[in-house]
Design a protein around this ligand. Structure first.
Ligand SMILES: [Zn+2]
Ligand SMILES: [Zn+2]
Length: 345
């Protein structure tokens, strides 16, 4: 069985390697992977940013996927052969305090699929039953492959933001998480603007427009004048920073209204800023990370209803047989959510 693996500790270094066909343990099912997406963190592994130094190499990457149950371990009771499933790829330990109180997304001892153990850019993956989530019958597996990032966006908006109907919302960053967050904030009643920078002008901002959003290109447009027009100068009620860039937070502080909220979704690195103005303006800074079972459940319902427009959002142009093309396109913002057909491997 072939899988696309990170093979060396430098940029690029992705190779199709041979892996043994996995056998499910007694609490695991064997999933035949059908479709798998490319995520910002996969691109981080491609570049080999510092967050991924802990990886043992080679490791097959990929954690956003949908597939079919083809074999069951002896103790598996919840799934049958043929069932369609996705994985919650932040695998919790089940024992720590956060796991005990139902906060598995921030478990103290997580293992991440496609980072800490082999992921989904290969035909078969053995997965513990308790991190699987059933895919509704009428959701195509190509669309189900975005359930995981959609669940992250659901958690950001529905659980961790206070977006209410009529709120003026700015989503910074038209990448995959930004565009999903925008769709969910819109469904929650927000009046959503999506901002990007120069390199987003070719693909990501036009996609944001296609998905129905007003867009700002911070390279060309004057953020301040857009804010004046949109919000009578007051600033946005809620801003989601999905940029993964330090300027996302400092820009958000300028654009949010007094008493407003900034939700940090992207992992931004380091930034130095004065925080007295935040205190004096009673800015609420809220973090959000990963997703729980109910976030996945909601994500599927929103894919079913069309509130999340999977068909428009997903980019099926790329192949894992030429993965470098997909990674380079992703890193230069020429795509937002490539989803691969794993049967090609
Ligand atoms: Zn992801
Ligand atoms: Zn735990």
């Amino acid at each position: 069985m072939r899988g696309l693996a990170k093979v060396a500790r430098n940029e690029g270094a992705m190779q199709l390697i041979d892996r043994p066909h996995p056998t499910p343990a007694e609490n695991e099912v064997l999933v035949e992977v059908k479709h798998a997406g490319l995520c910002g963190s996969d691109a981080g592994i491609y570049k080999f940013k510092s967050a991924f130094e802990r990886m043992n190499l080679p490791t097959v990457i990929g954690h956003e996927y949908a597939g079919r149950v083809v074999e069951r371990g002896a103790n598996v009771s919840g799934y049958s052969i043929g069932d369609h499933v996705v994985e919650r790829p932040i695998r919790p330990c089940g024992d720590c305090y956060q796991c005990q109180i139902g906060e598995e997304n921030i478990c103290q001892n997580t293992a991440l699929t496609g980072i800490d153990h082999d992921g989904a850019y290969e035909k078969y993956i053995a997965v513990p039953e308790d991190v699987l989530h059933p895919v509704p019958n009428d959701v195509h597996l190509n669309h189900a492959a975005i359930a995981e990032p959609a669940a992250i966006a659901v958690r950001a908006v529905a659980k961790n933001s206070r977006v209410e109907p009529g709120d003026r919302v700015l989503v910074e960053g038209p990448g995959p998480i930004g565009l999903l967050t925008a769709q969910i904030a819109d469904a929650q009643g927000g009046d959503v603007v999506v901002s990007g920078v120069g390199r987003d002008a070719n693909y990501r901002l036009p996609l944001a427009r296609k998905l129905g959003f007003e867009i700002i290109n911070a390279g060309d447009d004057d953020l301040e004048s857009v804010r004046r027009d949109k919000t009578d100068g007051a600033g946005y009620d809620v801003i989601f920073d999905t940029t993964g860039h330090p300027s996302g937070l400092t820009t958000a502080v300028e654009e949010v209204r007094k008493g407003g909220q900034i939700v940090l979704v992207g992992q931004t690195g380091e930034v130095t800023m004065a925080y007295t103005p935040l205190v004096r303006s009673e800015i609420d800074i809220q973090c959000t990370y990963g997703a729980l079972y109910d976030d996945f459940e909601r994500a599927f319902r929103m894919i079913q209803s069309g509130d999340v427009d999977a068909e428009t959002f997903i980019d099926n142009r790329f192949s894992l047989l030429d993965a470098e093309e997909a990674f380079e396109a992703f890193l230069s913002s020429e795509t937002a959510k490539p989803v691969f057909d794993i049967s090609e491997l």
